[in-house]
Design a protein around this ligand. Structure first.
Ligand SMILES: *[C@@H]1O[C@H](CO)[C@@H](O)[C@H](O)[C@H]1NC(C)=O
Ligand SMILES: *[C@@H]1O[C@H](CO)[C@@H](O)[C@H](O)[C@H]1NC(C)=O
Ligand SMILES: *[C@@H]1O[C@H](CO)[C@@H](O)[C@H](O)[C@H]1NC(C)=O
Ligand SMILES: *[C@@H]1O[C@H](CO)[C@@H](O)[C@H](O)[C@H]1NC(C)=O
Ligand SMILES: *[C@@H]1O[C@H](CO)[C@@H](O)[C@H](O)[C@H]1NC(C)=O
Ligand SMILES: *[C@@H]1O[C@H](CO)[C@@H](O)[C@H](O)[C@H]1NC(C)=O
Ligand SMILES: *[C@@H]1O[C@H](CO)[C@@H](O)[C@H](O)[C@H]1NC(C)=O
Ligand SMILES: *[C@@H]1O[C@H](CO)[C@@H](O)[C@H](O)[C@H]1NC(C)=O
Ligand SMILES: [Fe+2]
Length: 624
């Protein structure tokens, strides 16, 4: 068709078109997106752009995006999370109007009231930090959500739970905190790919939120996927975090994967807001590190414009541990976030799974027992065995600290977790692993047990959300940058640092060049977007903060391609290899050509059997 059109154009014009086309093509080369099928790739490093600063200060508590805009019992910090394919969690926080009579007038701060004996106060009883904090009664504000498919018309109502938590430090100098009321409501019976309008709050107090809106995801099935999944880690609450979130919003995600280390409450104030790596240095006698819990409330407000309309799935990082009195940990994380742990048969908020369209997501806890003898491993095994790859062809896992990492920071920190869990995930054919923790970007070649393997998952580190601790720029393979044995001790679990037993780094702790399993690394802030196209192709794009105002600009882009016919390992719907297969045969099966040949032979045998059955059947019929 094109040709016909061109030949009907007059000759001089034709020449002009040819010249113009040549000029155009010399200017803008057609960009071809690589696929993982072309890997393993030659390792590539793009170093830190020295015109940028490695980080920025924390946003102050009185920054407009952190301050409380609503009054009294009105909902704020509204956020969504997926529960089941037909239900969603809505969570929010409220203060409470509290009426009290004050008699102890001589301690009242304003001298003008000094001689009054009784005062009646209507106070906004909210989060408190300091000394002698008093918890709010969570039952004083109810948890209701109204929702429906038409704006202003709410056919369905659900109610939920109201809870609070305390962060307590019985140590000189450290302040206690008691939270506002935290509300969680599960709304159910939702139709897929449908727009819902909702309000949340307490109608008996006339304190319902404004109308908000969200869109449900497709049901599990191999034909439909969430259109864009944003992946972000180690976000923090700085001006770099602001750039990341603004940029992420312009990419219009349909869900968010938050891979841990969210508000960095434990790096605020303790460190003078500057992020110096110092443990409670102002209070040297305190045995545990202080956290400034109001940061969580600021973060909830900062995130609301996004999370009140796009579900966010969180997994804990080390900054969520927040130890307090009585060896309690993860209290803020566990109380603030709803996650589908019960829905996925997990008895802990620290690990769970869920489906979104044709993707099964597994969220693992790196700061809770991950040993093969433990509850998490038993749950994981059961969960993986249930996965049906005909319904959810994609299997995506996420946890906070990366197993594969060539930066000096956190190098080999979670080797013990890798040793415990990697074989199980590999056997079940996990396609992609997302992690954070390292404050930079790195995409690995397909790898298993530190060996390039075309059936291993694609590991991607996106701990580059922009937190106070600055971008990581050192690589373990650079001269003088190989960590020493006592660096990078994990905040949970054992140390399993090891020297490589083969390859160019044989008998050494660090490589002397970018390791072969690291395909691309860059020190920059940013976030990623995963767009699953169909049961075999997904487009992964990493967006850098400095490209926020540039269309069609990104740091890294690749099609992640599944090969279920070759990597026929594990779960239902994938062909299962006998587990006792000798390694050489397993390798042969994975080899595309030989694999095909074997499949063909198997097919012939099967066909012959059917033919035999049918003919015997006919023979018997004929006899009768
Ligand atoms: C972080 O933000 C600051 C201030 O906005 C900026 O100067 C700096 O270049 C940013 N750093 C990165 C790595 O994006
Ligand atoms: C509060 O309102 C101001 C002005 O409308 C807005 O800029 C800011 O983002 C709001 N803050 C929160 C936390 O909602
Ligand atoms: C914080 O709470 C603990 C436990 O209730 C208490 O022992 C401690 O005195 C409190 N600290 C302050 C500063 O109020
Ligand atoms: C805290 O409570 C104790 C005991 O109730 C009291 O002695 C103390 O003065 C209070 N401290 C402040 C700062 O209110
Ligand atoms: C996990 O196993 C290792 C070695 O077997 C052990 O040292 C460690 O204490 C175990 N961790 C937990 C949380 O049980
Ligand atoms: C991983 O590789 C090491 C040698 O590098 C080997 O000793 C170990 O058995 C391998 N593990 C698995 C599960 O294949
Ligand atoms: C591991 O490698 C380091 C150098 O990278 C070396 O100093 C150390 O002796 C090695 N340890 C073992 C047990 O081989
Ligand atoms: C998936 O999409 C890719 C790219 O559009 C295409 O090449 C491939 O054949 C598709 N695969 C399936 C199973 O539909
Ligand atoms: Fe971390």
């Amino acid at each position: 068709m094109e040709k016909c059109k061109i030949s009907s154009i007059s000759f001089p014009l034709k020449i002009m078109i040819v010249i113009a086309a040549a000029a155009a093509s010399s200017h803008s080369q057609v960009h071809i997106i690589p696929t993982t099928l072309e890997g393993p790739f030659e390792p590539k490093t793009r170093s830190f752009d020295p015109s940028l600063r490695r980080g920025s200060d924390d946003l102050p508590m009185d920054h407009p995006r952190l301050t409380k805009n609503v009054t009294s019992n009105f909902p704020e910090q509204i956020a969504l999370a997926l529960s089941t394919p037909t239900s969603i969690w809505i969570s929010w926080l409220t203060g409470n109007i509290y009426i009290y009579i004050y008699t102890h007038t001589h301690t009242f701060p304003f001298a003008v009231f000094k001689y009054l004996n009784y005062l009646i106060f209507f106070a906004l009883w909210d989060a408190q930090i300091g000394v002698n904090v008093t918890a709010v009664d969570p039952s004083s504000v109810a948890s209701e959500a109204w929702y429906g498919k038409q704006s202003g018309k709410y056919d369905a109502k659900s109610s939920g739970v109201s809870v609070i938590y305390n962060q307590l430090y019985p140590f000189e100098g450290l302040w206690n905190y008691t939270s506002p009321i935290i509300h969680h409501v599960r709304i159910h019976g939702l139709e897929p790919e449908t727009t819902y309008y909702y309000k949340c709050g307490d109608s008996s107090l006339s304190a319902m939120s404004e109308e908000l809106v969200f869109e449900t995801l497709p049901l599990p099935g191999s034909r439909k996927y969430p259109s864009r999944i944003a992946v972000v880690g180690d976000l923090g609450l700085t001006s770099n975090s602001t750039t990341t979130i603004d940029h992420l919003i312009t990419n219009d995600p349909s869900m968010i994967l938050m891979v841990g280390d969210m508000c960095y409450a434990n790096q605020y104030l303790t460190t003078g807001g500057k992020g110096a790596s110092c443990y409670s240095c102002e209070f040297p006698d305190a045995p545990i590190r202080e956290t400034y819990q109001p940061r969580w409330d600021g973060w909830g407000r900062f995130m609301q414009p996004l999370t009140s309309r796009v579900p966010m799935m969180v997994i804990e990082g080390n900054h969520e541990i927040e130890p307090q009195v009585g060896s309690n940990t993860f209290i803020s994380y566990k109380t603030r976030f709803s996650v589908p742990s019960k829905e996925s048969g997990s008895n802990s908020n620290l690990y769970y799974s869920f489906d979104a369209g044709g993707i099964h997501f597994i969220m693992l806890g790196a700061y809770v027992d991950y040993n093969q003898t433990g509850a998490q491993y038993a749950w994981l095994k059961k969960d993986l065995e249930k996965v049906d790859r005909d319904t959810t062809p994609w299997l995506v896992a996420a946890w906070h600290p990366p197993w594969y990492n060539s930066y000096s920071s956190h190098y080999q920190e979670f080797e013990c977790m890798r040793l415990q869990m990697e074989p199980l995930l590999y056997q079940h054919g996990v396609d992609i692993v997302f992690s954070g923790h390292v404050h930079a970007y790195e995409r690995m070649n397909r790898v298993y047990n530190y060996t390039l393997d075309s059936c291993g998952p694609v590991h991607i580190t996106v701990g580059d959300g922009g937190n106070i601790e600055k971008v990581d720029i050192d690589h373990a393979d650079e001269p003088g940058k190989c960590p020493s044995a006592d660096d990078n001790v994990p905040e949970f679990g054992g140390v399993c640092h090891m020297n490589f037993s083969f390859g160019p780094a044989k008998d050494k702790f660090c490589w002397d060049r970018q390791p072969e399993w690291s395909a691309y690394r860059e020190s920059s802030f940013g976030h990623g977007i995963l767009e699953v196209v169909n049961s075999t192709h997904a487009l992964w794009t990493w967006h850098r903060n400095q490209d926020i105002y540039q269309e069609q600009s990104y740091g890294d882009q690749i099609y992640i391609v599944r090969q279920p016919e070759i990597c026929s390992i594990g779960s239902k719907g994938n062909k299962v290899l006998p587990t006792s297969l000798p390694p050489s045969l397993a390798a042969t099966l994975r080899d595309p050509l030989l694999g095909c040949l074997l499949c063909y032979v198997a097919f012939l045998i099967q066909a012959f059997r059917i033919w035999e059955m049918v003919t015997t059947e006919f023979f018997l019929l004929w006899l009768c």
